[in-house]
Design a protein around this ligand. Structure first.
Ligand code: PXP
Length: 248
């Protein structure tokens, strides 16, 4: 069975929508681990628009499973990763203004540039993964760079609108995953996975880890709504009875 790494970026996005203290992605990470997450993933963007460097530091001290840091392959981010020492770094392309990561890193085109930038990670013994499109060429390029892992981008699969296209994308993911394992890479996958489309991806035995964020945070908001309103009603009842503090 493949591991589940829960991406808590969207919890920070909600916090930043109000520039408030809550909800805290660190609290979300603890609860995700209690729920059975095998790992926690965060993407520290160059502009820190959701997860901040402070969040990352606290998560490093709090996460008891595997903390994966997603980041752009820049010298600045590599220095942050070396200072933080997460369980793994996943290199992702970052485009200004994008809503979410738009596709894999093109290792065929930029692999040679990435090798020297990522060198301090290798020197520090931090495993390096690259988020790539699920093609044979990209997997081969990752193997040539001696990366530890690849994360196959599942966006095309997840956005398939019919069974035939989805089935074809599963074949593509399966072939890329099988090649990755043959080349000695750990194979992860993610982006756009939800409670329905995750099932076919989970059946690809070569995939060792799934990285899922949006669908889990979206469901958490809804399944937690009833209790959140109930708790607020309770506080209002307390206040109307003259209680000054929720704990009496
Ligand atoms: N993998 C990568 C490289 C990502 O950038 C993201 C989104 O932050 C995910 C996985 C998770 O995608 P989603 O939020 O759609 O589950």
């Amino acid at each position: 069975m493949c591991r589940l790494s829960v991406n808590v970026d969207h919890v920070a996005t909600l916090r930043e929508a109000r520039k408030a203290q809550q909800p805290d992605p660190v609290h979300a990470a603890v609860l995700a681990e209690l729920g059975g997450a095998d790992g926690i993933t965060v993407h520290v963007r160059g502009d820190q628009r959701h997860i901040s460097i402070r969040d990352l530091r606290i998560l490093k001290d709090t996460v008891r499973t595997r903390l994966t840091l997603e980041m752009a392959p820049t010298a600045e981010m590599v220095a942050l990763a070396v200072a933080t020492a997460p369980f793994m770094v996943t290199l992702v392309p970052e485009n200004p203004g994008e809503v979410s990561t738009e596709g894999g890193l093109d290792l065929v085109a930029v692999g040679r540039d990435i090798a020297p930038i990522a060198a301090p990670l290798f020197d520090e013994g931090i495993p390096v993964c690259a988020f790539i499109d699920p093609t044979i060429e990209q997997v081969q390029a990752a193997a040539q760079l001696n990366l530890h892992a690849v994360e196959l981008c599942t966006t095309k699969y997840a956005s398939s609108t019919d069974g035939e296209t989805a089935g074809a994308q599963i074949e593509i993911l399966s072939a890329a995953a099988a090649l990755g394992v043959r080349k000695g890479l750990a194979v992860h996958a993610g982006h756009g996975l939800d409670y329905e489309n995750v099932i076919a991806v989970s059946a690809i035995h070569e995939i060792g880890e799934l990285s899922i964020g949006h669908s889990i945070v979206a469901r958490a908001v809804l399944v937690g709504m009833q209790k959140a309103v109930c708790d607020m009603r309770d506080r209002i009842v307390l206040g109307s009875r003259g209680v000054r503090h929720p704990r009496g």
